[in-house]
Design a protein around this ligand. Structure first.
Ligand code: SIN
Ligand code: CO
Length: 393
């Protein structure tokens, strides 16, 4: 069982889940005492110039119209030509690029890691904002540099409350119900659907820990797509017992029953749904995947090097989760693939999914188990786990 004490100061995980998660906002002053940005505004701009990094600039003025959106990657020159105030740079998935932000995610271990999307970092000079809007996902907004005034509205947002003609969804009518000024280390939690409007009061960086919420349509399409791809053209509607019917134009009860049965049977296998979901939810959304090591290792060699390194680190490019439904086997899911395991390995497999960094000694006697070491070496050879050398994180 993971110890959830002392994660975020002033926040009781159990009470947070009961009273706030997916329900109502929460402001936590000094949730991360001493938290300062691990990346400077210039370094963030540098990231936004890189090809594989997803970034945006939102300009409130000096764009082609009020509230203009530009998508990265950017040329370095773009930053030199930005106005003094009223703009924001936003960079997604910074937990992949900055180990400090991957570590920050461990503070949120009281929420299942498959629900976590990424850490987005924004920089804004004075008056920078992305406008009043609402998001469809839960978010923790952590102040990392300077001050930001956050206004929120817990009133429902009408579908048509949006400024027309923009590439961004910004509300035309926003009446705040609460307002706070956040300083470094302060954190604001917002459930989906709560309108919010943050404005930088000075040079300001905000770290947004955002969560994944697949839509019902994504879940259905994803699952049915997989089922359909496993079928062939010979498997189709058939009615060898077709009775003579009064009206050729009628879709009879018998035909409807056959169609319903085809659809219900496809959905009936709980195990198939679980296995599909484990793969689906650990897939990389951006398509970026872990890089395998230049030198693959045999199981024996891997074990030697694990002992020498003393630590195993998970790659931020791979998502790890497991399903243990009490049967003989459990399933480890990594980066959209499944790795069935004996339940005898339940503890070390859970450890692998719970922590980003694991001391070799924490695996205990599991390292005497050939199968487990083979699993670890396969994960290593795929780039999903790494062995830091001396001095590396
Ligand atoms: C920001 O960091 O400026 C925007 C974050 C948000 O509103 O979701
Ligand atoms: Co938002």
């Amino acid at each position: 069982m993971t110890d959830h004490s002392a994660l975020l100061s002033g926040l009781s995980p159990a009470r947070f889940l009961t009273d706030h998660w997916q329900k109502k906002p929460l402001l936590v002053r000094n949730a991360l005492p001493g938290f300062t940005t691990p990346i400077s505004p210039d370094e963030l701009a540098g990231l936004a110039c890189e090809e594989e990094v997803e970034s945006r600039i939102v300009l409130e003025r000096d764009g082609p119209q009020p509230w203009a959106l530009e998508n990265g990657p950017f040329d370095e020159d773009r930053f030199a030509s930005l106005p003094e105030t009223h703009w924001t740079l936003l960079v997604q998935e910074c937990n992949k690029y900055l180990p400090e932000l991957a570590t920050l995610l461990t503070s949120f271990n009281f929420i299942p890691n498959w629900r976590v999307d990424d850490v987005m970092v924004s920089y804004a000079p004075e008056h920078g904002s992305v406008g009043p809007h609402m998001d469809q996902y839960d978010v923790f907004l952590i102040q990392g540099l300077g001050r930001r005034r956050w206004q929120i509205s817990t009133d429902p947002v009408a579908d048509d409350n949006v400024i027309p003609g923009l590439d961004l969804r910004i509300m035309h009518d926003f009446q705040p119900t609460d307002e706070w000024i956040l300083e470094p280390g302060d954190m604001l939690y917002l459930p989906p659907g709560v309108a919010h409007y943050g404005v930088a009061l000075d040079d300001c960086m905000t770290f947004s820990v955002g969560f994944r919420t697949p839509t019902v349509s994504e879940l259905l399409i994803g699952f049915l797509d997989e089922i359909a791809s496993g079928l062939n053209d010979h498997q189709r509607y058939h009615d060898p017992d077709l009775p003579l019917q009064a009206h050729p134009g009628e879709i009879t009860a018998g035909a409807r029953t056959r169609v319903r049965r085809i659809i219900r049977d496809a959905m009936a296998d709980d195990d198939a749904i679980d296995q599909w979901f484990g793969r689906y939810i650990t897939e990389s959304k951006s398509g970026q995947t872990a890089v395998p090591p230049e030198q693959p290792l045999s199981s024996d060699k891997f074990l030697q090097q694990l002992h020498a390194s003393g630590t195993l680190c998970r790659s931020e490019y791979a998502r790890f989760s497991f399903i243990d439904d009490g049967a003989d086997e459990m399933t480890l899911f990594v980066d959209g693939q499944c790795w069935p395991q004996s339940r005898a390995l339940a503890k070390p497999v859970a450890l692998l999914c719970d922590r980003r960094e694991i001391a070799a000694s924490d695996f205990g006697t599991a390292l005497d188990d050939e199968q487990f070491v083979q699993l670890l070496s396969q994960l290593y050879n795929s780039g999903y786990v790494e062995l830091p050398q001396d001095g590396e994180p």
